[in-house]
Design a protein around this ligand. Structure first.
Ligand SMILES: Nc1ncnc2c1ncn2[C@@H]1O[C@H](COP(=O)(O)OP(=O)(O)O)[C@@H](O)[C@H]1O
Ligand SMILES: [Mg+2]
Length: 370
């Protein structure tokens, strides 16, 4: 049975100071899904959440909850709650009262509040902590209180705007698992925002990749990784070599001076394309035995594999292999049809996918703007 859409965004456009921040956004979100908005800082993730929550009116376009157009419905009348990046708890209230807050505001009866807070404490694994001051809790425990507080009124949709970005790496991993569990147990639709592709892939049913105020791709984590739609998505999700090619006809593509058999279809005859090769999909063989040859310009031992930078006809590939190789060695490269992914050219062609300026440094994530 097909699940119904709980939220639909139709042609949503938002501008600030004459600049388009969201550009004709279209998105359907299925009831009960864990959906993640993934993209760099400034790409429009928070703005999209604000449109859904009703804090911001789009300049154009419609927001639907089920069959109801809600453009004119104020935030407090939408079945939505939000956990912000800074999920300030009420410092003067204990754990119980923080969680109970939303029910008290609604004027719920004492017994109802007791019962529902207990249920929430159990859900977020904070049983026995209800009397504690929130200011004495660890970061992870505070996060759990924030989740319980946001869920006690049983919203249909929970919006989570980079809620884990303030936590250290270990705690962040724990909370990823916890959020996923809580989402499954409650069946509430979660719309989660992150700029971290690993986080998005590991948590979500559906990933929405955003850039330049537009949705670049919507799909399952596996689809997004294996079948990126354009060079931006291929580069943003995991490591990718993105090479200029010509799609001769169905299942046949030429790049790096060789014609390969692939499994891609539906292109024009001799269409210029972007070809994606994941570093782990390259078979390294002896120089004479490959389809193409390359020169290793950098070899780094990574523990369970070697990461090679390999020059092939002036283009630098990243290759991962479990065999030991050294800088200066010639190698052969074999690509089986399944390890080749062909994409149409896009506005992102030529911007990404060459490793000539690659360094081993961690990507530096700029602090979020307010
Ligand atoms: N209230 C606002 N006034 C002016 N510009 C804004 C406002 N809110 C967001 N922006 C701009 O819109 C763009 C998208 O912002 P945002 O949705 O917060 O991005 P993200 O959450 O993906 O980092 C950014 O360039 C940001 O500076
Ligand atoms: Mg944001």
């Amino acid at each position: 049975m097909e699940k119904k859409n709980i939220i639909e965004l139709k042609n949503i456009t938002v501008s600030f100071d004459g600049e388009k921040v969201l550009d004709k956004l279209n998105l359907s979100i299925q009831d009960g899904a864990f959906v993640t908005f993934l993209g760099r800082s400034g790409c429009g993730k928070t703005t999209t959440l604000r449109v859904i929550a009703g804090f911001l009116q789009p300049d154009e376009g419609d927001v639907f909850f089920g069959d109801q157009r809600v453009n004119d419905v104020p935030p407090y009348k939408r079945p939505v709650n939000t956990i912000f990046q800074r999920y300030a708890l009420f410092p003067h209230l204990n754990v119980f009262e923080n969680i109970a807050f939303g029910l008290r505001v609604k004027g719920a009866k004492k017994e109802e509040i007791e019962g529902k807070v207990r249920e929430m404490l159990k859900l977020v694994n904070l049983e026995g902590m209800e009397k504690r001051k929130v200011t004495n809790l660890s970061g992870g425990q505070q996060q759990r209180v924030a989740i319980a507080r946001a869920l006690i009124n049983r919203p249909k949709v929970l919006l989570l705007d980079e809620p884990l970005s303030a936590l250290d790496a270990k705690l962040r991993k724990d909370m990823q698992v916890e959020l996923r569990r809580i989402q499954r147990e409650t069946g509430i639709t979660f719309i989660f925002v992150t700029h971290d592709q690993e986080e998005a892939l590991s948590m979500s049913d559906v990933v929405v990749v955003m850039e330049n105020g537009q949705i670049q791709q919507i799909g399952s984590p596996v689809d997004i990784y294996n079948e990126p739609k354009n060079a931006f998505v291929a580069d943003f999700i995991g490591e990718s070599n993105i090479i200029d090619g010509i799609m001769n006809r169905d299942d046949t593509v030429t790049f790096a001076g060789h014609t390969f058999v692939c499994v891609d279809e539906g292109f024009e005859h001799n269409e210029p394309v972007d070809v994606v090769i994941r570093p782990e999909d390259v078979d390294v063989v002896a120089p004479g035995e490959g389809m193409i040859t390359g020169l290793i310009t950098q070899a780094t031992f990574k523990g369970d594999y070697y990461e090679l930078i390999v020059e092939v006809k002036g283009f630098k590939w990243m290759v991962q292999t479990t065999d030991a190789y050294e800088e200066g060695q010639q190698i052969g490269i074999v690509l089986v049809p399944d390890s080749i992914h062909v994409m149409h050219k896009s506005e992102f062609s030529g911007l990404y996918g060459d490793y000539s300026t690659f360094s081993d440094e961690e990507d530096v994530v700029p602090p979020e703007e307010e």
